[in-house]
Every structure is written in C-alpha cells, then in structure tokens.
Design a protein around this ligand. Structure first.
Ligand code: COA
Length: 331
C-alpha cells in the first residue's frame, strides 16, 4: 500500500487591521467596565477592520507574510483553503477572492465553515491533500471580520470578538516532524447557543430580519462557556492518550482564544505547564477562525516554539464544533 505523506507547517503569517477597540471604548457604547471585561474574559482590546475591508483582505495579507517568510511566490501554491464565518459574501468563496488578490495562477480552493474550529478543520483538510501526494503546497488561512456581524449595543457579545487573520503553509514532511493526529467532533444540538440566524436559506434577508437583528451573532454565553470548558479538554485528553502522551508532555499548547478562563481551565485540566500555554486574547479578543494561527505567530514571536516541540492545538466553537491537533513543530 502506498505510504501516506505526513504534512508539516513550514511558515506562519498573521495580519490584524491597525485600528483598535479598547475596553474603554466599549464603556462608551454599552453598560460595561474595563474591570468586568478583563476579569471575565481576559480581553483588553481587539482590532477592528475599517469600512470596506473584508476577510479576503486580511487573509491575503496573512498569506503574503507566509510566502515572504519562505521566499516563495503565489505561483508556488497548489491550493488555498480559507476558514471563515464572515466570508466577503455568500459567493464567490473567499478563497477565490484571495486567489485573485494574491495573483496565484495555479491554485484551486474553497472556504470551510466551522466557526471557531474552522482553522483546525481546514488544517487537517489541507493535510489530506499533502498526505495523498495530490499537492505539495497548501495555504491554510483563518480569517474573520467579526465586527461585520456584531451588534455593538449587545454587551454579551460585543466585548468578546475582534478581527484578524492568520495563515500557515503546509508542505510534505520527510521525517517524523509535522502533523501527528487529530480529533474533531460536532454536536449540532448546541446550534442555538451561538448562531447568526438571518441571511441564509431559512431566514432570507428582509426588512423583518434586519429589524429583528437576525444578522448579528446571538449567544447564550453561559451555555457556550460550560460546553467549552468540558469538551475542549475532553477531546484533547482523548487525542493525547491515543498517542501515548499526557498534558505534561505538551511543550506548547495553542488553544482557541475565546475566554481566558476557558483557556486556563482547559490547560489546568490537561496538566499543561502554565508557561507552555500561549495566550494573546488580551490584545486580539476572539477572532474566530483567526485565533489559532494568530496565537501560533505569537508563540514564534515570543520564541516559545522550536523544532521538535510537541504542540497541541485545541478549539471549540459554534455548532458546536470541537477540534484538537497534535503535531511536532518542524522548523
Ligand atoms: N459588562 C458588564 N456586565 C455584564 C456584561 C458586560 N459586558 N455582560 C453580562 N454582564 C452581567 C450580566 O447581566 C450578569 O448580571 P446579573 O448577575 O446582575 O444578572 C452578570 O454580568 C453575570 O453574567 P454572566 O452571563 O453570568 O457572565 P459570565 O461570567 O458568564 O460572562 C461571558 C459572560 C459572555 C463573558 C461568558 O459567559 C463567556 O465568555 N462565555 C463563552 C463565550 C464564548 O467563548 N464564545 C465564543 C465561543 S467560540
């Protein structure tokens, strides 16, 4: 039988729009305080895209950083997968728009929808094309302009989300470094705990859907919190166990940045050393599909990632969707 090829991450790039929205700014919009937001979420500020800047713009910038870091050109890419819950529009896909903005002549691509788990799902999807030998270079991007679907009069949601993108390049690995294993779970029974009900085929856009604020994120924060704390850790535990590891073996834990309390509870339950947990939620908030590659970039900036490190990625999001990926850092 043909041996499958392991995929490895060979480059990471990040891009956030320059404008920020601080907790002090939010105090002027809704009944909240800097202390409350910081204590309950760990967030100090988020980056917000200017009017007319869309997910494809952030995604393209992040992808350019990756290509530059590897000394490659857009013509070297075989495929582009964009993880997003805020595509520029229903169609064409954001991947098509990124292809055009990058000027990548030899690629195909598509968008992947799994909310906050979309990046890890896209990473594994891209890895399958490397595994089969179909492709040599797949750009996987997580990009969201959450500010486009947030109601800035709803204090339950507007404090959490921000805009940003991160990208990684997947290439074939010649050794044991790279992606080892993954575990993904969906539980659709949690659909109405975190969703945007308007604009799709169920509730097509109308004056009524706009008046009823159906084009914004709706969230039952406590339900999401409880699900996240339990299930992100559970999936990570199972993934570590079936590969003969425990949390103590994890050199770098890169969790989805949804809430500092969720991150800390998950790290503690897994037994990951606190200094091995990557946290940047204070600066970016929850950028949905962007959080994990943005945090990967933070880990590189802080020199916390080195060749051979055992890395655990973990996410939880609307759906519900849960995902975990285990890899050995390759560079
Ligand atoms: N500022 C000030 N007070 C607020 C507030 C805000 N932004 N939002 C809620 N409150 C108030 C509530 O009204 C409530 O007041 P009461 O006790 O007088 O009724 C109190 O604070 C506690 O509210 P609660 O909803 O229990 O807060 P919480 O500790 O659960 O924190 C979230 C709310 C949204 C921050 C938290 O539930 C959370 O992060 N959930 C997960 C969300 C998430 O991660 N989503 C993305 C998943 S990928």
């Amino acid at each position: 039988m043909k041996q499958l090829t392991r995929a490895k991450i060979t480059g990471v790039g990040a891009y956030v729009p320059p404008d920020t929205l601080t907790n002090a700014d939010l105090e002027k919009l809704v009944a909240t305080t800097d202390e409350w937001i910081l204590e309950r979420t760990g967030i100090r500020e988020r980056h917000i895209a200017a009017k007319g800047v869309a997910s494809s713009d952030l995604a393209t910038e992040a992808a350019k950083v990756v290509l530059n870091s590897r000394g490659l050109s857009p013509s070297d890419l075989d495929a582009i997968i964009v993880a997003t819950v805020t595509p520029d529009m229903f169609f064409p896909s954001t991947a098509c728009l990124v292809q055009n903005k990058l000027g990548a002549p030899n690629v195909w691509g598509f968008d992947l929808s799994a909310a906050c788990s979309a990046f890890v799902y896209a990473l594994q999807t891209g890895a399958q094309y490397i595994a089969t030998g179909a492709h040599k270079r797949v750009m996987v991007i997580g990009a969201d302009v959450m500010s486009s679907i947030i109601d800035y009069t709803d204090r339950a949601t507007c404090i959490i989300f921000g805009d940003g993108a991160g990208a990684v390049l997947l290439e074939p690995s010649e050794d044991e470094l790279g992606l080892i294993d993954f575990m993904h779970v969906v539980d659709g029974s949690g659909g109405e705990s975190l969703f945007m009900p308007g604009g799709g085929s169920l509730n097509p856009t109308s004056h009524e859907t706009v008046d009823r604020k159906m084009h914004f994120v709706h969230q039952d924060g406590q339900a999401v919190f409880k699900f996240a704390v339990r299930h992100m850790a559970e999936v990570c535990e199972k993934l570590l166990e079936r590969n003969g590891f425990t949390g103590k073996d994890v050199d770098v834990f890169i969790p989805h940045q949804a809430n500092l309390r969720i991150i800390k509870a998950t790290g503690d339950r897994l037994g990951v050393k606190p200094e091995n947990v990557i946290i940047n939620i204070d600066r970016y908030g929850n950028t949905t599909a962007g959080t994990i590659p943005l945090a990967m970039n933070t880990a590189l900036e802080e020199k916390k990632l080195k060749k051979g490190d055992l890395v655990l990625l973990a996410s939880v999001g609307a759906g519900y969707t849960v995902g975990a990926t285990l890899l050995r850092w390759a560079y």
